[in-house]
Design a protein. Structure first.
Length: 117
């Protein structure tokens, strides 16, 4: 089991920045691939970004590529999502997730990000 707690969400104007954090506890953090997902009102949850166990491989949804950066600090059991040039369409609840193999089995409670135009 791993427990995930997100923080760093809030209200920001379009063009602004936020950094989300996800603190993990429980099992060995470095064993898990970590991901960020988001869910906007009335929409399905969608993939945003992921990072490999060592941090050497990252992946992004096309909609955030070039604006968001995922990183992790295995010594601090934390994964981050730096979000720049935010747009109103980035408004959503952002979730941190962890997986050992193919499926994200562990999820945080989510943090709200609201981007005003």
């Amino acid at each position: 089991q791993v427990q995930l707690v997100e923080s760093g969400g809030g209200l920001v104007q379009a063009g602004g920045s936020l950094r989300l954090s996800c603190a993990a506890s429980g099992r060995t953090f470095s064993n898990y691939v970590m991901g960020w997902f988001r869910q906007a009102p009335g929409k399905e949850r969608e993939f945003v970004s992921s990072i490999s166990r060592s941090g050497g491989i990252t992946d992004y949804a096309d909609s955030v590529k070039g604006r968001f950066t995922i990183s992790r600090d295995n010594a601090k059991n934390t994964v981050y999502l730096q979000m720049n040039s935010l747009k109103p369409e980035d408004t959503a609840v952002y979730y941190c997730a962890a997986k050992l193999l193919a499926t994200y089995n562990y999820w945080g409670q989510g943090t709200q990000v609201t981007v005003s135009s």
